[in-house]
Structure formats: structure tokens, C-alpha cells
Design a protein around this ligand. Structure first.
Ligand code: 2M8
Length: 446
């Protein structure tokens, strides 16, 4: 594989350039996920962006979460896109979702999607609280007062997830669309998507992503896109009603990676609550335990976790990065944790001899579904690197964490802040500059 050759930035330069990117993508009260391809606010992007911003200004970082949660639905759901007015075309836009017209829960004052994304927000909130310790007393008082106001909204979000996305209490979050995992076209979802068949009369709308990016080989295929659009139609027909959705949709899957994130998020939200004396600590720790168990219940002999197709009740054992969920949730016994870390560092993953950097590709290069360039089917993604690094640290695997941390920062010293990277050539792929990649750089460089 021919390596993409670039001039490298120093650690200080990469942080400075990343800060510039976030300033450039800042629209005052929110940061666009990317200026051309994603000209709105995305839920889990906003959380990663806040994690990066916390290294610059705890107050501005908190604004990011405040803006997102201002668009929270009345039932606690946090939508995966909050649309801004006067932005370039993005499809599916507000008219396709018609959330206000369709659901009594949708807010009147904001145009939003009707899907969710993984709940990284409490991780960001905790990091903002950590960051504010270093600011002056007045700044600290202001941020803490605002966290007290925001915190109940995160609690409601977590209650929504626990009650409506895990109605039978198995400790796994149900998703209604591949996009809800944030890993839209990951081979994780190939089997369940085979059963998603649009009605014969369904007329797909034009994609906006290809014009914005111009690189078809790096995006999902048209055949996939029609299914994504059709599922939105199904969800709209179910009026975004969770009870109806979980009985009727043609895609219903337990997302093990989002469930692991939720386990950590509950711990972090509990910790913020404990520190500020806000209550619900036992409830949140109870959710953390429930979802930790849910994740561990899907693991194989290597401690590698699986999603579950809830329509057929079968485990989905494709080799994707999501299998490392137990590093995040914690709770593996030492023997299985050792095996899982060995697997992560093995040639099937970070130890693959053809990799430019020893970082986890979104799909194992040994899997038949692997595609080095196409979106979530192989490339390395900076925010996923960050989550896996944190998972290793939380699991006490400090050496492995340090190796990945160095590699993850080095990858970003190309100064491009691409959405994702070709694991073999280190070529920047997808949109650029992508806000969350810059945010990850800021966090890693700190
Ligand atoms: C990607 O998803 C959007 C749809 O939500 C798209 O492809 O148009 C995913 O990578 C998702 O995880 C991410 O949040 C979003 C914005 O960066 O882009």
C-alpha cells in the first residue's frame, strides 16, 4: 500500500489548527458537524465537539450541549439532527421528517429529525465539569449553575432510553435505523437490512451527500440509501411512537456498542450528580449495571460482543469495532479482558501488518465485508479511536491505551481533520474539516 505522504504538524500546532477548525465551524450557539456535507447539528457529534471545546472553554463547550438539549422532545428523546435555518441543502431535511406535524412529543420551536444517536452526552458533561476546575471562581460558578439546569434534561434522556429503548429490561438499547448507531452502513447491519424492503410505490428522494462530497466510493451505496429513506418513512407512519415502532418496524436491532456507551454515560451522569448533590444516583448506577450486564451477555469466548437482531432474536457476529463494547462497559473478568485486548492488538485488528497506524479499523481487515474506503465498512474514525482508548484506560490497560493514543494523535498531525481515514494508506476520506475529528485532536493533544 502506498502511504499518503504529508508534512506533519507538531503537537502544539495540531491543537492550534484544531481550535481554528472548531472556531470556523462555530455558528454561535452550535457547531456544524462539517461545513458542506453536514451543515447542521448532530447529536453525538455535538457531544464529541463539547469534549474538544472543553479544552478551550468549558463555558462554550456547555453551550453546545445546551443547544442540543433545547431541541429535546417532550418524551425525553434527543434527536440526532437539529436543523439550522439558512444552511445548505441536506437530505433528509426537516420536511422529510415532518416531526412537528407527526408527533405530539416534538418541540414546536426547533426543526429536528426523529432518530437518536449513541448517548455520549454525559461523558461530555463530566469532562466539562472536570475542565471548569481550572477556571476562575466566577467562571466556575456560572458553568456549575448552568450544569445544574442542564443535568435534569440528561436524566430525562437517560430515562427515555432505559424505558423506551429497552422496554423489556434486557440491558440493550433497541435501534430503529442503522443511522441510530451512528455507524450507518456498517456491515453490522447487513443481515437486518436484507429484510428491509421498501413498498413498491415508494419513491426515493435525491441524495445530497454525493454532490457535497463528490466521492461515491467513500459513501453508502444507492441500494443502502433507499432503505435508509424507507425506514424513515416507516417511522413517520408509526408517528415516531415508540410503542408502535418497536412492534412494527422492519429494522429492530439491539445495538451493543451504544449500550456500552450508555453504561458509561450513566456512571458519568451519576458522578456529576454526586459531586453537585443532584440526586438519582442509585437510579443511574442501576442503569449502568443493567446495561453492563446486557453487553456482557452477548460476548463470545474472546469477550467480543455482538448486536442482536430483535426481529429474529439472533446474535449478529460480524467482525466490526462494535465487538469491543465490553472495554467501554467494563465488567469482563480478567481472563476475558486479556483475550479481548489481545484480539484488539492482533493482526485481525490494530496489529494488522498492512495498517499505516495501529488503530482499530471500523471493520476487521480480515472480514469479508471489509472495504478500506467506504464509510463505516473499514476506515478508521477518530472519535472511535478516542472511545476505545478510554475503554482501555477504564479497563486498566494503560500500555495498550498509550500506544493507541500516540497513534491516534499522530494520524491527526496531517492537519486535515478528515471524517475518516483509509487504514492502509492513511489517506484522509469523507468530509473535511470534520468538527469531531478536530475535537478529538484537541482532547488527545491536551
Ligand atoms: C454520518 O451520518 C449522517 C446521517 O446521520 C449522514 O451520513 O448523512 C454518521 O457518520 C454519523 O455517525 C454522524 O453523526 C454524522 C455527522 O457527522 O454523519
Amino acid at each position: 500500500h502506498r502511504l499518503w505522504v504529508v508534512n506533519r504538524l507538531s503537537r502544539a500546532e495540531v491543537a492550534e489548527r484544531a481550535a481554528e477548525v472548531l472556531r470556523g465551524n462555530d455558528r454561535g450557539l452550535h457547531t456544524v458537524a462539517a461545513p458542506r456535507l453536514y451543515p447542521h447539528m448532530w447529536s453525538w457529534d455535538a457531544a464529541f465537539i463539547a469534549i474538544g471545546l472543553a479544552r478551550m472553554s468549558a463555558s462554550r463547550a456547555l453551550t453546545e450541549l445546551e443547544t442540543l438539549f433545547a431541541a429535546q422532545w417532550r418524551n425525553g428523546m434527543v434527536p440526532h439532527i437539529v436543523f439550522s435555518a439558512n444552511a445548505p441543502l441536506y437530505e433528509p431535511g426537516p420536511d422529510r421528517w415532518a416531526s412537528k406535524e407527526t408527533s405530539p412529543h416534538a418541540p414546536d420551536h426547533a426543526a429536528t429529525s426523529g432518530l437518536i444517536q449513541p448517548p455520549v452526552h454525559a461523558l461530555a458533561l463530566r469532562r466539562i465539569l472536570d475542565a471548569v476546575r481550572n477556571t476562575d471562581a466566577a467562571g466556575r460558578r456560572d458553568v456549575i449553575a448552568r450544569i445544574r439546569i442542564l443535568w435534569p434534561k440528561l436524566l430525562t434522556w437517560h430515562r427515555y432510553l432505559a424505558d423506551h429503548r429497552d422496554a423489556d429490561g434486557r440491558g440493550l438499547l433497541m435501534i430503529y435505523h442503522g443511522g441510530e448507531s451512528g455507524m450507518d452502513n456498517s456491515p453490522r447491519w447487513d443481515t437486518p437490512y436484507a429484510d428491509v424492503v421498501p413498498d413498491p410505490g415508494f419513491r426515493p428522494f435525491r441524495r445530497s451527500d454525493l454532490a457535497a462530497l463528490g466521492e461515491q466510493s467513500q459513501r453508502p451505496t444507492d441500494a443502502d440509501y433507499v432503505k435508509y429513506q424507507w425506514l424513515i418513512e416507516e417511522l413517520r407512519q408509526a408517528r415516531y411512537d415508540d410503542e408502535l415502532a418497536r412492534k412494527s418496524l422492519s429494522f429492530r436491532v439491539a445495538d451493543v456498542f451504544a449500550s456500552a456507551i450508555f453504561a458509561v454515560a450513566n456512571e458519568d451522569l451519576a458522578q456529576v450528580a454526586e459531586e453537585l448533590g443532584l440526586g438519582a444516583v442509585d437510579e443511574l448506577r442501576g442503569y449502568a449495571e443493567r446495561f453492563r450486564r446486557g453487553v456482557l451477555g452477548t460476548t463470545d469466548d474472546d469477550g467480543f460482543a455482538a448486536d442482536v437482531d430483535l426481529r429474529t432474536d439472533t446474535a449478529l457476529r460480524t467482525k466490526t469495532i462494535a465487538g469491543f463494547a465490553p472495554l467501554l462497559s467494563g465488567g469482563l473478568d480478567p481472563e476475558h479482558r486479556r483475550r479481548l485486548v489481545d484480539l484488539l492488538l492482533s493482526p485481525a485488528w490494530c496489529g494488522n501488518p498492512d495498517l499505516a497506524y495501529p488503530l482499530p479499523p471500523s471493520t476487521s481487515p480480515e472480514a469479508p465485508e471489509f472495504d478500506a474506503a467506504r464509510y463505516w465498512r473499514g476506515p478508521q474514525w477518530p472519535p472511535m479511536n478516542l472511545l476505545i482508548i478510554w475503554g482501555l484506560e477504564r479497563s486498566g490497560e494503560h500500555d495498550a491505551a498509550e500506544r493507541l493514543r500516540e497513534a491516534a494523535l499522530y494520524q491527526l498531525t496531517d492537519g486535515v481533520f478528515a471524517e475518516y481515514y483509509d487504514p492502509f494508506t492513511a489517506h484522509p476520506l469523507g468530509s473535511r474539516p470534520q468538527s469531531w475529528s478536530a475535537a478529538v485532536a484537541l482532547d488527545l493533544a491536551a
